[in-house]
Design a protein around this ligand. Structure first.
Ligand SMILES: [Zn+2]
Length: 145
């Protein structure tokens, strides 16, 4: 492992040590942690505010990834797999999007989600999915008519 190798950030052009981050959707090979938090993550979030067909998963390991449901909507099974247990909707939204977290996060003693906090200033534990309402579970059919 060459974790102490010096690399040059493809966004700010400063040298940094450590693994660095994938700067996509910015161009280049690697970016520093600071640029990742300041630019890369917000841009990825911004992209889902325009594109209502994917959600963004903030993981406690510090990574952020765009997630699409297999079908048009997420199923309960998919949502549970993403947060690692029972799902809970946090009573706030970001840009109108639902915040899905693990209902038993505190009981299960899941790690604080620092990367999500850096983005939202909301302190949650475990993985957090920022999900457009349009793809959050299939609307229930009216069956009492
Ligand atoms: Zn940088």
């Amino acid at each position: 492992m060459m974790t102490n190798k010096t690399q040059t950030c493809s966004i700010c052009n400063q040298d940094f040590t450590g693994f660095g981050n994938n700067p996509s959707p910015f161009s280049g090979e690697r970016c520093c942690d600071s640029c990742n938090e300041k630019f890369v993550i917000p841009l990825r979030i911004y992209e889902i505010t325009k594109n209502k067909t994917s959600a963004v998963l903030f993981k406690t390991d510090g990574t952020v990834q765009s997630i699409k449901p297999k079908d048009k909507y997420f199923t309960l099974d998919e949502l549970q797999a993403l947060v690692g247990g029972l799902i809970e909707l946090y009573p706030r939204r970001i840009n109108g999007h639902l915040l899905v977290c693990n209902e038993e996060g505190l009981i299960l003693n899941l790690k604080k989600n620092q990367i999500f906090f850096a983005y939202s200033e909301i302190q949650l534990v475990g993985n957090v999915l920022v999900c457009p309402e349009e793809i959050f579970e299939k609307p229930e059919e009216e069956d009492d008519e």
